[in-house]
Ligand binder design. Sequence first.
Ligand code: GLA
Length: 354
Amino acid sequence: MNPVNAFQSTFGQPPLIATSAPGRVNLIGEHTDYNGGAVLPAALQRRIEVALSRNDSGQVAIKSSRFDDTVHRPVGDPKRGDWTDYAVGAIDKAAQLEWLTGGVNVYIESDVPDGAGGSASAALITAILRAAAIIGQVATTPVDIAKHARAVENDYIGMPCGIMDQMAVGLADFGKALALDTRDLSYDVIDIPKEWEFAVFHSGVRRELADGRYKARFEECQAASQALGTSHLSRLDQDQVRAMADLPENLRKRTRHVMTEHKRTVEASAAMKANDLDRFASLMNESHRSYSQDFEASTPVIDDLVNDALNIGAKGARLTGGGFGGCIVTLIEANRIEDFAAELLDRHENAWRV
Ligand code: GLA
């Protein structure tokens, strides 16, 4: 059912507004987004759609097509540790901004998998904030919405993420990649060449189990930034590079990853614009090595999947997203994708194509 009809049958009246946002996959540029570096995410074909109305009850009534029950929570309810937090956190932010006050009915339809590294949370928060801005008749921009959406994750959910996911789901459409410089939020939307196929495979290991480890890496980067006297660990000057020698080994390795990853990402954006698939793919492969060896964010299951993908014909393959499970992204010529995917899934029974 489409979300407008589903809203009507759940709440007994039509919604005021329906909005949507896609999931995202990061092609290259991992953990650079809170270190002032470059990222290159792309939109997934899968989307989250929301239909929404005011209800003036002081409550958020949330219904998802995936669950039977409608959940009721007060506006401003503190986080309670389940998926409805993303909706309540977004409504809370909209209320603080005075975009939408008094209570809300919201219906959610999604084919972005949860806990799979497809940024379902960023897409849901973004779609709700967009709806709230339209209802509140506020002049806003996708960049403003992305900043507010990130604040919901950082402040309400307590996930210290950067701004990549919120910018990607707010600014990229399917078939496009977003070359984003997180230092100043300047960006360029790039058409992915038609002959390139990025296929995403879930490893079967859920990512949400890993949020504590994401935070640990974030804190290591903060410690390294502090020791080197920078707020942009991805972009060190000569003196700071020399000073890396005095860092403890773990911080030196994390720094090396975010620095080299930034450079690879800038180069990868240029390779995509120049339709240079081989160069792009080899940067993806270097990125995986760095993410695995220097950032130490991969797992044996992921490394196996990446190696097999390369062995059976992917040009590039790497762990994508926050790390410690979740998905790999592979690059292959478009006409070879179906056979390749079938063979990879045949070898990895817990994996599935996103
Ligand atoms: C998660 C975070 C992003 C980014 C990536 C790693 O997806 O939400 O902000 O840090 O991990 O690149």
